[in-house]
Design a protein around this ligand. Structure first.
Ligand code: LMR
Length: 397
């Protein structure tokens, strides 16, 4: 019956993380998956989230189905977090926000919507991008193409080429952009570059689709929403998928949202309705618990500042690890430029290591990086950073 089902090649990130779990070497180091580990190598339970959980459990009662679009308190709190409560688009009722199963769920619901209402459009993703973007969009039947983004020679952006490519894009192409902390490169657009994109989006009638999975890990919770607010203030229609996996350390709760900024409130009503239909066809309605933790943290006057401080501490720890790794590598491998560790933002660094060098790191030293050369810097700690640098130095020699 199932002879024609071919073997799964595995996922470049999740399957590697599974392989790490099975590795029996005691000194193995996981720099593969985008998860924030604390200095003890543990996934933290944030005190603000723990306090929210106690409140949620205390108040827990019956478990009805949530509406297809998710819990109202979650949706409002997330919309205000992303767009700002007082911004015109929010006040005019032009923004639709739905609770989704992680931001991957938001990408999938958004992709199904794009396929249904813009069936012949092309999805444009950065070269490179998160390994799963292409899979999600192609899985919805969309054609996916790449626009120039990262320049491996300079470690910076090919911004002029990106701009030129978008100027040539078909009208109503959907342009996937990382709102901050680009995954996998760690190289972000500057504010000035975002501003330069606006006339191109308008002239070409393009539809931006922002992915915000690392809010707070770049420059700050508010600062990392810069691009979202800029596009909204500029009157663009666009999508945003966002996640609380990293910012609240709620990976397994699958807490995310999809927002759509529409030209007017009447269109927003119809977009919301059709998004509900798509959710109904996919998984009916989202789960309850994690979303209530997020809504509580975001709206509780004591928990909100606590969480904001916790995000600062996670960001600062990553910065400290970037510096520590950089300094050891500079000493061990003279003549090679490692400044990218200091300039790249967020959880990831694009190391420039080849797939073969990553294989050696894994096999000989138990240091796991994605084969693209992406390192999750948030997996480094004061006990493993020296060993990581030594292993990198060995494969670079
Ligand atoms: C990553 O990029 O490693 C994370 O976003 C986890 C994932 O699902 O790939």
């Amino acid at each position: 019956m199932f002879q024609h089902v071919e073997a799964y090649a595995g996922d470049p990130i999740l399957s590697l993380n599974e392989a790490f779990g099975k590795d029996t070497r005691p000194n193995k180091i996981n720099l593969s998956i985008g998860i924030y580990f604390d200095d003890n190598g543990k996934i933290p339970m944030l005190p603000s989230v723990r306090a929210a959980e106690l409140k949620v459990v205390e108040a827990a009662g019956a478990r009805p189905y949530l509406p297809m679009e998710g819990a109202a308190n979650f949706r409002t709190a997330v919309q205000h977090l992303l767009f700002g409560a007082d911004r015109p688009a929010v006040k005019e009722g032009r923004v639709v926000t739905l609770q989704t199963v992680g931001s991957s769920g938001g990408l999938k619901v958004g992709a199904d919507f794009v396929k249904r209402y813009f069936p012949n459009t092309t999805m444009l993703v950065s070269d490179p991008t998160w390994d799963n973007h292409r899979a999600v969009f192609e899985g919805s039947g969309l054609t996916v193409k790449a626009y120039p983004y990262y320049n491996p020679e300079t470690g910076g952006l090919r911004f002029d080429e990106m701009l030129a490519s978008l100027k040539q894009a078909e009208e109503k192409s959907v342009v996937l952009l990382h709102a901050c902390c680009h995954n996998p490169t760690g190289v972000d657009l500057t504010k000035a570059q975002w501003e330069q994109l606006i006339p191109v989006f308008k002239e070409r009638n393009l539809i931006p689709f922002l992915d915000l999975a690392y809010q707070g890990y770049g420059d700050g919770i508010e600062e990392d929403a810069f691009a979202i607010r800029l596009l909204a203030d500029q009157g663009l229609s666009f999508f945003v998928a966002n996640s609380f996996s990293k910012s609240m350390s709620l990976y397994g709760e699958r807490c995310g949202a999809l927002s759509v900024v529409c030209p007017d409130a009447a269109q927003a009503v119809n977009v919301l309705g059709q998004m509900k239909a798509i959710i109904r066809r996919n998984y009916s309605n989202p789960p309850m618990h994690g979303g209530q933790l997020v809504a509580t943290v975001l709206t509780d006057p004591e928990l909100r500042p606590m969480w904001e401080a916790e995000v600062v501490a996670m960001r600062d720890r990553i910065q400290a690890m970037r510096k520590a790794l950089h300094d050891v590598l500079v000493a061990k491998v003279p003549g090679r430029d490692f400044s990218y560790f200091l300039t790249q933002r967020g959880m990831f660094s694009y190391t420039g290591l080849t797939a073969e060098q990553c294989d050696r790191l894994k096999e000989e030293f138990g240091v796991y990086l994605v084969r693209s050369g992406r390192m999750c810097v948030a997996g480094l700690n004061t006990r493993n950073v020296e060993a990581t640098a030594a292993a990198m130095a060995a494969v670079l020699a």
